[in-house]
Design a protein around this ligand. Structure first.
Ligand code: NAD
Ligand code: USQ
Length: 398
């Protein structure tokens, strides 16, 4: 299948390009390299060194025989998006090309509006390009489990049956996101659902949990094929940050009580799920929602797992909770469904500790790179809008 990856230079995009090519799909991509700039803006760099795109493409050619179609450009530019669709004519589009950071979107008005503009307009351009140029193509859009928030009831996959004042309907499950970034994904979901309804487009909106891991088998040991891994306060997820903290002997930092729960899945399983979604498209006009994660853990449980595996590898590690810079429920019910991908044949790895061992071992090779900018581990972006230097964030009692 001809698959266009929007955001191909990113953590998931670069991995998926390799995973799909290894399975015989024709891959093309676009990116404007914002992720590299955002992380530099945070004073950081990827713990794992990443090659520039021309080296990446050249290495791709050496390994797979052909350079993929690739264009540098901004998805918020309609002329660019239109041109790409006319040139590549994708049968499926995997849309990763958005800003993925909650803290980045909460910094100030400029970052909030930038993130929402970037994410929402890029998606609208893709929907219009599909309508005008490839109406039969399938959009696999990366949303987030964070769209749902943490309601005090089970979370279905996108829709639920509801009875109200004696009448029944199947309606979108309410969304209660927790950052301007997460809300941008909700707005995307609404726009995509509407485009499917009025233009007969087909789309799978993936509510993905936190993805972790440093590699997939397809990368082998060639550094030029590795994907990025960030640990700064905005672009490093808690699990990445805990692993990097463990590698340099800094304490792991759950925020607040650390009882916040999230769904997690390893990078290799995210690739498996996305490929299943691509290879099993919905009907024309169908907007479907998949919850994509494997297991749920609290942030504190996660810290304990990282600590355990780090200790086994000889790394001295302690857990020191920090006052929570975010405004979020630290104690909540969390029971989301995740059946649709299993029904398509998804086979989960189910071994977080084994994956953490690979991650920590990979990251130990790059200890000096983490050490070099370790101040970026300190969080100072607060949901109340003040940006106090986090040295002043209270250390919580364990
Ligand atoms: P990433 O930042 O590494 O990748 C996104 C890529 O899109 C970057 O290379 C960036 O430069 C590019 N991009 C952004 N805006 C663009 C624009 N306007 N034009 C062209 N390119 C643009 O992020 P990721 O971790 O690979 O995540 C990919 C997607 O999956 C994101 O939408 C994210 O919200 C979603 N997601 C990620 C996770 C996770 O744990 N990594 C979990 C759930 C959902
Ligand atoms: N957290 C800590 N300590 C840290 C960093 C974070 O306790 O050092 C806490 C946060 O307060 C939050 C939880 O860990 O409660 C998760 O935070 P995160 O930064 O790991 O993940 P999040 O902000 O939710 O965002 C990440 C990705 C995003 C994706 C989302 C999936 O950056 O792109 O959409 O995970 S989900 O969490 O399911 O919404």
């Amino acid at each position: 299948m001809r698959v266009l990856i929007a955001g191909m230079d990113g953590y998931l995009g670069w991995s998926l390009a390799q995973y799909l090519t290894a399975r015989g799909h024709e891959v093309g991509g676009v990116d404007v390299f914002y992720r590299r700039r955002w992380v530099a803006e945070m004073g950081s760099h990827s713990a794992i060194p990443i090659a520039d795109m021309s080296t990446r493409l050249q290495t791709f050619k050496e390994k797979w025989g052909e350079k993929p179609y690739f264009r540098v450009g901004d998805l918020t530019n309609w002329d660019f998006v239109k041109e790409v669709f006319e040139e590549f004519r994708p049968e499926a589009i995997v849309h990763f090309g958005e800003c993925p950071s909650a803290p980045y979107s909460m910094m100030d008005v400029h970052h909030a509006t930038w993130v929402q503009h970037n994410n929402i307009i890029g998606t609208l351009n893709i929907l219009y390009a599909m309508r005008d140029i490839t109406p039969n193509a399938h959009l696999v859009k990366l949303g987030t489990m964070g769209e749902y928030g943490t309601p005090n009831i089970d979370i279905p996959e996108g829709f639920f049956e509801i009875e109200f004042r004696g009448r029944k309907d199947r309606l979108p499950f309410p969304r209660q996101a927790g950052s301007w970034y997460h809300w941008s994904k909700v707005h995307d979901s609404n726009n995509i659902m509407f485009a499917c309804q009025i233009w007969g487009l087909r789309s799978t909106d993936i509510m993905q949990g936190v993805v972790y891991g440093t590699r997939i088998d397809e990368m082998g040991d060639d550094e030029r094929l590795f994907t990025r891994l960030d640990f700064d306060q905005a672009f490093g997820t808690a699990i990445n940050r805990f692993c990097c903290q463990a590698v340099i002997g800094e304490p792991l930092t759950p925020y607040g009580k650390g009882h916040q729960k999230r769904g997690f899945l390893p990078l290799r399983d995210s690739m498996q799920c996305l490929t299943l979604a691509i290879e099993n498209p919905p009907e024309a006009g169908e907007y479907r929602v998949f919850n994509q994660f494997e297991e749920t853990y609290s942030i504190f449980e996660l810290a304990e797992k990282v600590k355990k595996v780090a200790n086994e590898l000889g790394l001295e590690t302690e857990i020191i909770p920090l006052e929570n810079p975010r405004k979020e429920a630290e104690e909540h019910y969390y029971n989301p469904d995740h059946q649709h991908l299993l029904d398509l044949g998804y086979q989960p790895t189910h071994d977080m500790e084994a994956e953490l061992r690979v991650m920590l071992t990979d990251l130990m090779r790059y200890k000096d790179r983490i050490e070099a900018v370790k101040d970026v581990l300190i969080p100072d972006i607060r949901w109340d809008g003040t940006r106090r230097k986090s040295r002043f964030l209270k250390v919580m009692a364990k």
